[in-house]
Design a binder for this molecule. Structure first.
Ligand SMILES: NC(=O)C1=CN([C@@H]2O[C@H](COP(=O)(O)OP(=O)(O)OC[C@H]3O[C@@H](n4cnc5c(N)ncnc54)[C@H](OP(=O)(O)O)[C@@H]3O)[C@@H](O)[C@H]2O)C=CC1
Ligand SMILES: O=C1OC[C@@H](O)[C@H](O)[C@H]1O
Length: 388
């Protein structure tokens, strides 16, 4: 069912989250069909300040504020930027309330929850999108032109078949405190924390998309959760190895606080933000794929031929805008879908569900509602290691 609401779609935010401005509030300013009309925040003072700072007309605060926003008949779409463990519950509640939903990644804690979400959305005729903004996985579902360009180079056959692909997203430990709060939701097991469900979502989505294996899950060879004090019960980082059809191998690495190297690990590492693809006839490196809209480069290195560097901030057919972030491209597609138009890029539910299957394989205990990494390892036929 497409939205027949006249005028702009009225968005409501569940949570006065830090990501709100980047993911929705700023992109909404350049979209004529979007108005962010209300925010719900448990803390009255913070909610009022957030609404004022971002020019949001209305706010709901205090206990019960999230449901009050869902019950608001003037809201058409809900953007959910709550801690991961709350995504499933509030997405289901929003759908029950008849709202379209843009929900932050990961869409839920487990694949069976993602299936329930899409089943309810279908029943209600509503749109749900997991906000993995830099790209999505189906051939027709790429939100940022740069990611689309890398896939086009691979698919062109210029460098032959893909042999292996490695995607990394890791913050050096010395920079960690700049990105994450001391009491960050990412470090809370009870809130669905852990690196795999947070930063780990990106490299996994990247290798699935770029190898064109969105409709079948690759085989997980190994999954190594990296150290965090056992008391927190979350993974600080995750390294995983995959095998795709045609023997293409893949690796992902994500880390909240990548240790240094050398004597006592004192020499800091650089942030890791690239996807590297090795093909029969050369290599491609795509730098800053998680935030390609801010800055990126694509280095194409054919064997025996001079390397070239490309950038792509607009689609080849001229659509989009060079100033658009990955989030803005995502919003464009989401609104088109809600309005019943054909978005230039979209993700079918099955690809989102499959991503959840893989995250669960690789993730901290929370993801599968199991109690320990050992149980995760036993629950799936995978070589899981836990290095603490
Ligand atoms: N797509 C992207 O690029 C990014 C996505 N994200 C995703 O967005 C979500 C929010 O992340 P982020 O903005 O960094 O997080 P914040 O901690 O800034 O926001 C989380 C929000 O959750 C609400 N909340 C509800 N219950 C709790 C609870 N028990 N403890 C803490 N907070 C609670 C708070 O709402 P209230 O205002 O009511 O207090 C708060 O505003 C996560 O799912 C994360 O994965 C994050 C960063 C980037
Ligand atoms: O989605 C995200 O993107 C950027 C990361 O730094 C962050 O932890 C994550 O939530």
């Amino acid at each position: 069912m497409s939205s027949t609401v006249p005028g702009p779609l009225r968005f409501g935010l569940l949570g006065a989250a830090r990501i709100g401005p980047d993911a929705l509030l700023t992109p909404a300013k350049s979209h004529s069909e979007v108005v962010v009309d209300a925010v719900a925040c448990r803390d009255p003072a913070r909610g009022i300040k957030y609404a004022k700072t971002h020019g949001i007309r209305r706010h709901y605060t205090g206990p019960g504020c999230y449901q009050q926003l869902l019950d608001d008949s003037e809201i058409d779409v809900v953007y959910i930027a709550l801690p991961n463990a709350l995504h499933f519950e509030w997405t289901m509640r929003a759908l029950e309330a008849g709202k379209h939903v843009l929900v932050e990644k990961p869409i839920a804690d487990a694949a069976h929850e993602a299936r329930q979400i899409f089943a309810l959305a279908k029943k209600k005729g509503l749109v749900v999108l997991e906000a993995i903004h830099f790209t999505q996985y189906t051939a027709s579902a790429r939100f940022h032109p740069a990611t689309q360009r890398v896939k086009a180079i691979i698919d062109s056959g210029e460098l032959g078949n893909v042999k292996s692909i490695v995607a990394e997203f890791a913050v050096p430990s010395i920079l960690s405190s700049l990105f994450f709060l001391k009491d960050d939701i990412r470090f809370r097991y009870d809130l669905g924390g852990g690196c795999t469900m947070d930063m780990g979502v990106y490299p996994l989505a990247a290798i699935r998309y770029l190898t064109g294996s969105e409709s079948t899950a690759p085989k997980v060879r190994t999954a190594t959760a990296l150290g965090q004090p056992a008391t927190t019960r979350i993974d600080r980082g995750m390294h995983a190895a995959f095998e795709f059809p045609s023997s293409v191998t893949g690796e992902t690495y994500a880390d909240f606080a990548m240790p240094g190297w050398g004597p006592f690990g004192l020499i800091p590492r650089m942030p890791k933000l690239s996807v590297k693809v090795a093909l029969e006839g050369g290599d491609i490196e795509y730098y800053n794929y998680p935030l390609a809209g801010s800055y990126h480069w694509i280095k194409v290195k054919p064997r025996k031929v001079r390397a070239r560097t490309e950038k792509a901030y607009k689609h080849p057919d001229g659509t989009g805008d060079a100033s658009w972030t990955t989030y803005r491209y995502q919003l464009e597609a989401f609104v088109d879908k809600v309005r019943g138009r054909t978005p230039q890029y979209w993700t079918d539910p099955q690809t989102t569900v499959l991503q959840m299957e893989l995250e669960c394989l690789r993730v901290s205990g929370r993801a599968t509602r199991l109690q320990s990494y050992e149980q995760v390892a036993n629950a799936f036929d995978v070589d899981c290691h836990f290095e603490f």
